[in-house]
Design a protein around this ligand. Structure first.
Ligand code: F0G
Length: 460
């Protein structure tokens, strides 16, 4: 039996029609798009699960905030509204708005890293990895082994492997490690959460070796909800308390606010108390993003974010949000469709390696499945596997990812139960004809973040 769907804690007062296309039209579109789903026009997509980033529906309160926002170049009241709310939530002294998550990375990471340095994470998200490498430093992932056992439930598959972390620090020497990063939730391994205890211990190790700890906070509210549900000590704590405690273990954070802060554009950098670091950060912000009181955002973006930060932490919202993803996962269970178990916070990550075992990693099974989902029902998803991982920055060889996931990312407050049912029905159809699905080869690729612009061709 599938899980009971958690009723939306809102009603809908504005609607946007969905494009409905024929199978022939979809076959033509995906060919023209060179089998890269980023190249599709959104008017050719029926259900868009490409990302949960910036695709959220804002509330009436946020839209009202847009109208009363302050567009002053310097000292806008919307800036003070936003930074005050963020300081209250995270307990950090310095908050800098930027236009999105990778802007936060671009502004902050060159201050902390450089050539011959290393950065270690539970798992780096691709833009974070790119910005670490752009400073000349190198990335090392230390994910817990249970994350690799895709079909087995574990409560905190996003955790840092603490033994491997310490071993890596000692092997490479603490003075060469510029940064330790905790991505919450851990997007690349399936939207999996990090426990409070793991964060505490990671912080303990980082600080023992005098290495700063950064939180990549894109989905920090979903992570807090999982801590509340799965870590017994935190069962009766409020989401706000969990968030504040979690952030107290780190020194800095970068945040793509386009996820858990339920806006369409925005980002934040937080510095707990290092005034010296904040001075350097302001210099980079002004060069790359804009003056510090707007940081690459319009006043209305700042205002919507100030409000969205609070809405994203509401208990009843998170219950609905995670409940929706769990409902989708429970229907996949009924259909025996493999995915990273348990479901992540922001979506379900289908195990394309298990579903399409005849397609090897270098022919991109997760991309092949994403293409089939579009052809089958106009659903846009994305590859989180070897196609996304790309080539080794030194040898230029194709890397083999530990997972071949097709990610179904669920935008916040956008789709309903019946949309989720359409997705499952399409996957069942694909599963029934899976033996006929082919892999893909690369025709054209860029040196960094290639998946956005890659061109592919089906293998005959
Ligand atoms: N960190 C994480 C964990 C992310 O998931 C993302 C974006 C970023 C940083 C960068 O933020 O897009 O605002 O510049 N993830 C999106 C996704 C794109 O689809 O998962 P950004």
């Amino acid at each position: 039996m599938s899980k009971k769907y958690v009723c939306e804690p809102f009603r809908i007062k504005m609607v946007e029609p969905l494009p409905i296309l024929s199978r022939e039209e979809r076959l033509t579109n995906i060919k023209i798009a060179k089998y890269n789903l980023f190249n599709l026009h959104s008017t050719d997509v029926t259900i868009d699960l490409l990302t949960d980033s910036g695709t959220n529906a804002m509330s009436d309160a946020q839209w009202a905030g847009v109208m009363i926002a302050d567009e002053s170049y310097a000292g806008a009241k919307s800036y003070y509204h936003l930074t005050q709310n963020a300081k209250d939530i995270f307990g950090y002294e310095f908050i800098q708005p930027v236009h999105q998550g990778r802007a936060a990375e671009k502004v902050l990471l060159p201050i902390l890293l450089g050539p011959k340095k290393y950065a270690i994470a539970n798992t780096f998200f691709d833009t974070t990895r790119a910005h670490v490498e752009l400073t000349g430093a190198r990335c090392i992932d230390c994910i817990v082994p249970e994350a690799l056992e895709i079909s087995t439930f574990a409560p905190f598959k996003g955790n840092m492997d603490l033994e491997k972390l310490e071993e890596t620090i000692l092997t490479l020497k603490p003075e060469n490690i510029g940064l330790i990063t905790m991505t919450i939730t851990n997007n690349s391994c399936g939207g999996q959460p990090v426990s409070m205890e793991n964060m505490r211990q990671t912080s303990e190790i980082a600080h023992r070796y005098h290495i700063p700890l950064m939180i990549d906070a894109a989905r920090y509210a979903e992570n807090a909800y999982f801590v509340q549900q799965r870590e017994p000590e935190w069962k009766s704590a409020s989401i706000r308390t969990i968030v504040k405690t979690m952030f107290s273990y780190a020194d800095v954070f970068t945040m793509s606010a386009k996820k858990d802060a339920i806006v369409n554009m925005g980002g934040l950098i937080g510095i707990k108390n290092d005034a010296n670091l904040y001075q350097k950060l302001m210099v980079n912000t002004i060069s790359y993003e804009g003056y510090i009181t707007y940081g690459g955002m319009s006043g209305r973006d700042l205002e919507a974010l100030a409000i969205g930060l609070k809405e994203g932490l509401q208990q009843e919202f998170l219950e609905y949000r995670i409940g929706q993803v769990e409902y989708l996962a429970s229907r996949l269970d009924e259909a025996n469709i493999p995915y990273q178990k348990p479901a992540g916070g922001h979506g379900v990550f289908i195990d394309a390696k298990a579903l399409l075992p005849h397609i090897p990693a270098n022919q991109f099974p997760a991309q092949a499945l994403a293409i089939e989902l579009y052809i089958e029902a106009g659903i846009r998803s994305c590859d989180v596997g070897s196609l996304l991982l790309g080539n080794d920055p030194d040898t230029k060889e194709q890397l083999v990812a530990p997972f071949e996931f097709t990610r179904l990312a669920i935008p916040r407050r956008v789709y309903t139960q019946s949309h989720l049912d359409v997705i499952v029905d399409a996957l069942i159809e694909i599963k029934n004809r899976r033996d006929s699905i082919r892999g893909y080869k690369i025709v054209k690729e860029a040196p960094v973040l290639r998946h956005f612009t890659i061109e592919l061709e089906p293998i005959a």
